[in-house]
Design a binder for this molecule. Structure first.
Ligand SMILES: CC(=O)SCCNC(=O)CCNC(=O)[C@H](O)C(C)(C)COP(=O)(O)OP(=O)(O)OC[C@H]1O[C@@H](n2cnc3c(N)ncnc32)[C@H](O)[C@@H]1OP(=O)(O)O
Length: 417
């Protein structure tokens, strides 16, 4: 039930400490916020849409969204509305507060011309009702270093490139441009706000109890160009018998080429004292296991949904991506919120695609949430049909749709936001 006693508006700088206390409380963190943290958040959230839900002058709910770009199959970047920091005080839940803020923010995003909205969902059950579907997956791998088969005398990349330790300043200087190149080639990747690099290198301490700044390492090609970078931290674990048993945890690792990724993973697994490497969040079909002589040394320790997408404009979403073959498909897209539904004719070929509203008979019927799962290539039409989520209206349409929508790899969103 919606309760109209709540006022929803963007917060002022003066209201930020109260907003952060509500956010912390909702996320089960200690509520107290120091002046430095409030100031860091003011800088980190500059230019973004920071909604507060007020009951009188008390903040009872938080919600933040900002402009983002999302890479779709073929490499086009589409404008997206990134959503984060969603919470309602435990005393004010299940009264329709999130439904109201989400409704306002999605309508505004559609009016601005965003093709989609994106978020990383805390719980699976929350966002389907707002038209979001899981659109990329995440895998975390644990590497048993002594079993990888990597030559213990490994000292440098076989390709002739080199690995360099880099300091945070260098990361801030060269990281953004490297990431720009990486995200253009990675379906499901999103743009980073400039503050991302300050927060990741210790310049902007956004959270109370922020972890120490990680160690950074870069890969340069034999020609000297920067092709990869990683951030990692290591615990200090030894066995009672005096054997090193350190675990290295990768915070992030990006590369513009397979040779960069290979060199960085081999380097991380060659560091003395390190017996276990945790990969951090990777794509489900990451090259990682196959980069080692014995891929069985690399086991999956987490496999879950990651980026959720809410398509706001079906025509632009489907026209923006590329397709594996040629063909036409009429999709009946159901959207309970009335934002993006309708019947659409997709005409695709390897040269380009168009998508427009149509009155032709539908080939397939599906919900906008399931279209999101298909859009970036994380799901197959056949799987969704088997689950009863896609209805084949014209016989043969499921197979044809899969042939069109198929991508050569799974999408991956390297970022948490
Ligand atoms: C992108 C991110 O920031 S992810 C982080 C999300 N935040 C959290 O998980 C923090 C803890 N949870 C919360 O703060 C709140 O429960 C929220 C923000 C998830 C939901 O806020 P509320 O104001 O309670 O949601 P609202 O009352 O609008 O609920 C709408 C519907 O979603 C359902 N719902 C809300 N939260 C959940 C949940 N966690 N699990 C299952 N269903 C849920 C409600 O039951 C309601 O269902 P109905 O439409 O069938 O009646």
């Amino acid at each position: 039930m919606t309760d109209d006693t709540f006022d929803i508006r963007f917060i002022t700088d003066d209201e930020r400490p109260a907003w952060l206390r509500a956010l912390n409380t909702g996320f089960l963190q200690a509520p107290a916020v120091s002046e430095e943290r409030a100031e860091a958040r003011r800088i980190a959230d500059a230019g973004q849409r920071v909604y507060g839900v007020f009951e009188g002058d008390r903040v009872v709910g938080a919600f933040r969204s900002y402009d983002q770009e999302l890479t779709v199959p073929g490499g086009q970047l589409v404008p997206a509305n990134a959503i984060s920091n969603v919470t309602v005080l435990p005393t004010h839940r299940r009264r329709g507060i999130l439904t109201r803020v989400m409704g306002e923010d999605l309508r505004a995003a559609k009016e601005r011309g965003d093709v989609a909205a994106t978020l990383i969902a805390a719980e699976y059950a929350i966002y389907g009702r707002y038209g979001f579907g899981p659109a990329t997956s995440v895998a975390e791998w644990t590497i048993d270093v002594p079993r990888t088969g990597l030559d213990p005398r490994w000292a440098a990349p076989e390709c002739g490139g080199r690995i360099e330790m880099v300091d945070p300043e260098e990361v801030r200087k060269t990281g953004p441009e490297l990431h720009e190149r990486v995200r253009r080639g990675q379906v499901g990747a999103v743009s980073r706000v400039p503050q991302w690099w300050d927060a990741g290198t210790g310049v902007l301490r956004v959270y109370e109890g922020d972890r120490p700044v990680p160690t950074f390492v870069a890969y340069r090609s034999p020609e000297g160009s920067l092709e990869g970078m990683a951030a990692y931290e290591v615990d200090d674990a030894w066995t009672g018998g005096g054997q090193a048993a350190n675990t290295l945890t990768v915070k992030w690792l990006i590369g513009t080429s397979p040779r960069a990724e290979r060199a960085l993973w081999h380097f991380l697994c060659s560091i003395d004292w390190v017996t276990t490497v945790k990969s951090g969040q990777r794509g489900p079909d990451d090259l990682l296991p196959r980069l080692f002589p014995d891929p069985r040394a690399v086991g999956i320790t987490q496999l879950a949904d990651w980026l959720w997408v809410r398509i706001l404009d079906v025509e632009r979403a489907l026209a923006a991506r590329t397709y594996a073959g040629s063909g036409e498909l009429v999709l009946e897209v159901d959207d309970a919120a009335g934002l993006a539904g309708g019947r659409f004719l997709l005409a695709a070929s390897p040269e380009g695609a168009s998508c427009a509203r149509s009155t032709r008979g539908a080939d397939l019927a599906l919900d906008v949430t399931d279209l999101a799962s298909l859009w970036l290539g994380d799901e197959s039409v056949a799987r969704l049909a088997a689950l009863g989520r896609v209805r084949e209206v014209r016989a043969g349409a499921v197979r044809e749709a899969d042939a069109l929508l198929r991508t050569s790899g799974r999408p991956w969103c390297p970022d948490m936001f």
